[in-house]
Design a protein around this ligand. Structure first.
Ligand code: GNR
Ligand code: NI
Length: 177
């Protein structure tokens, strides 16, 4: 297991379109395990492989809030969900708005509008196929993660003015650090 470095904007690797996974082998399981370790350490509720520099269609998500009982703020209750080669369909007309953040755009948040519900087909790390209707925060998060597979960041969904303000703030906090 290893915590991997997370790539941040404007690294051009975040703009690469990720390739489908074809080999469901030990190396894939190792990468998925490292992605969870990296996501929990950050901490974040989702991570796409490209955020650790691997252009493959792999997402990990855990919407569980950190347990306040745990002094270190690490999650005790965990609900890890792995999505390989995810495909979306049957989006609702209804949209929802959520203040999104991204580990690749550190400490910046902005409202993003996305379809409220969708159906997701995916494979697990053994290559078995699954289908599920996603709603609520899971619907929002999996769409954010899937965008990473297409080289898209949440800031791309904002107006140019909002995006430029947010990137200016990011430059400022980086200069201060
Ligand atoms: O940790 C994360 N929080 C989050 C909040 C709202 C919508 C999406 C997310 S995903 C983000 C982690 C991340 O950057 N995943 O790609
Ligand atoms: Ni992200």
């Amino acid at each position: 297991m290893a915590i991997l470095p997370i790539i941040e904007t404007p690294d051009p690797r975040l703009r690469v379109i990720s390739e489908p996974v074809t080999e469901f082998d030990g190396a894939l399981k190792q990468l998925v395990a490292d992605m969870y370790e990296t996501m929990y350490d950050a901490p974040g509720i989702g991570l796409a492989a490209i955020q650790v520099g691997v252009p493959k269609r792999i997402l990990v998500i855990d919407l569980q809030e950190p347990d306040p009982e745990d002094e270190e703020g690490k999650r005790v209750l965990r609900n890890p969900r792995t999505f390989i080669n995810p495909v979306f369909s049957d989006f609702t007309e209804e949209h929802s708005v959520y203040a999104e953040g991204c580990l690749s755009v550190p400490e910046q948040f902005a409202d993003v509008t996305r379809p409220a519900e969708l159906t997701v087909d995916w494979q697990d790390e053994d290559g078995n196929r699954h289908r599920e209707r996603m709603t609520g925060l899971m619907a929002t998060c999996i769409q954010h993660e899937h965008d990473h597979l297409e080289g898209i960041l949440f800031i791309d969904h904002l107006s140019r003015l909002k995006r430029e303000m947010l990137l200016k703030k990011l430059t400022k906090i980086r200069r201060a650090a």
